[in-house]
Design a protein around this ligand. Structure first.
Ligand code: FAD
Length: 326
């Protein structure tokens, strides 16, 4: 089932569902850890599961002659494969992510054709971040500089337009097969770090919707007021597609620095104070569960049909929130 249909069904039933995000296994690991994370949440009826996409990294090794050899490695490959494995094992809809970073349009098309052939018709389309060690995002020479280009490529495939096969006028030929992807994109309640101001960030979001996005999932935020303000600003800008808010139960003291640094989000002072008072990480987890439960209950009350949880691989605290609130 497409995510847009799942959201619509939840709206019609006046019910709030939950979803969560997982990382594909590290190269060399099997499926055990991912399946174990899902085992905790599958009985609680998640609406669908997102699976992140990880761009390549560069490693250097020293050759016997002393020269350095460069390797391009992907530490967490297999987004499409693990998404298909989850769908087959649990019968739960999966949403593989796909990014622009490091990929040409041809690589992207190949990955999307794999998904289409596997019967997976949900995808979250993202630009991705700068490569590790680089200060700014540098697009692949045959790729997309922004997520709106990626969305347009997927929307073209939905019209039967693949990259090659141009007609005499240089337009893409329409093939009989149309892929039918439901396309999600990212939104930022606290503004994307590269945007000069909130208005241009919303404008970029509007462009992604215009290019063909069916719904929006937000970056994590620990402040419902900012999430709800973002949703009203998006609506004022004419964005009508569903918006799924993202939240994360804080789980360790180190999250106080890691989360703002990695995801460019603020932590409310009250939350920081409560975490700082905790004697150990078990206590931090309890605070995280309380805070996320308060957020989830508030967003439910505000009538949002789906709430997305960032797991970073750990799902027991999400299960605690879901049991409390849903
Ligand atoms: P874009 O929409 O391209 O936006 C990037 C910046 O460019 C913004 O500042 C925007 O305002 C601006 N912009 C957008 N379009 C244009 C345009 N046409 N012209 C000029 N400026 C423009 N990263 C991963 O690597 N893998 C994942 O699996 C992953 N999953 C994510 C899931 C969610 C829900 C979210 C919120 C983020 C995720 N990310 C992931 C991180 C994401 O890749 C980064 O936040 C990235 O920096 C921006 O991606 P985007 O798709 O929002 O990019």
């Amino acid at each position: 089932m497409k995510v847009s249909e799942i959201i619509r069904a939840a709206e019609v039933q006046n019910k709030t569902r939950f979803t969560f995000e997982l990382l594909p296994p590290l190269k060399g690991e099997g499926t055990a850890q991912v399946f174990s994370a899902i085992d905790t949440l599958a009985p609680l009826d998640p609406a669908y599961i997102n699976v992140t996409f990880h761009r390549e990294d560069t490693l250097y090794t020293e050759r016997p002659d002393g020269l350095l050899e460069r390797h391009t490695v992907r530490h967490r490959p297999g987004t499409v494969g693990i998404s298909a494995a989850i769908a087959r094992r649990y019968g739960i809809e999966t949403v593989p992510h796909i990014i622009c970073g490091g990929l040409s349009r041809y690589d992207i098309e190949d990955a999307l054709i794999d998904m289409d052939l596997l019967g997976m018709h949900n995808v979250l389309a993202l630009r991705g971040d700068a490569r590790r060690g680089e200060s700014r995002f540098d697009p692949h020479p045959q790729g997309h500089a922004h997520a709106d280009g990626l969305v347009a490529q997927i929307a073209d495939m939905n019209r039967g337009r693949f990259i090659d096969g141009r007609n005499a006028d240089g337009e893409l030929n329409e093939f009989q097969h149309k892929t039918g992807f439901c396309i999600g994109v990212a939104g930022y309640p606290e503004k994307h770090s590269e945007s000069p101001n909130p208005e241009s960030d919303i404008e970029a979001l509007r462009r992604k919707v215009e290019a063909g996005a069916d719904y929006i999932v937000t970056q994590m935020s620990f402040d419902n007021a900012r999430i709800l303000d973002f949703i009203s600003r998006a609506r004022e800008a004419g964005i009508t597609v569903p918006i799924v808010p993202g939240i994360k139960p804080i789980a360790t003291r180190s999250h106080l620095t890691v989360l703002p640094q990695t995801f460019r989000v603020d932590l409310p002072p009250e939350l920081v104070k409560e975490v700082e008072r905790c004697p150990d990480n078990a206590a931090v987890r309890r605070v995280g569960i309380e805070w996320a439960s308060m957020q989830a209950a508030g967003l439910r009350k505000a009538g949002l049909p789906v709430i997305h949880f960032y797991s970073m691989g750990r799902t027991d605290n999400i299960a605690a929130v879901v049991k409390k609130v849903f």
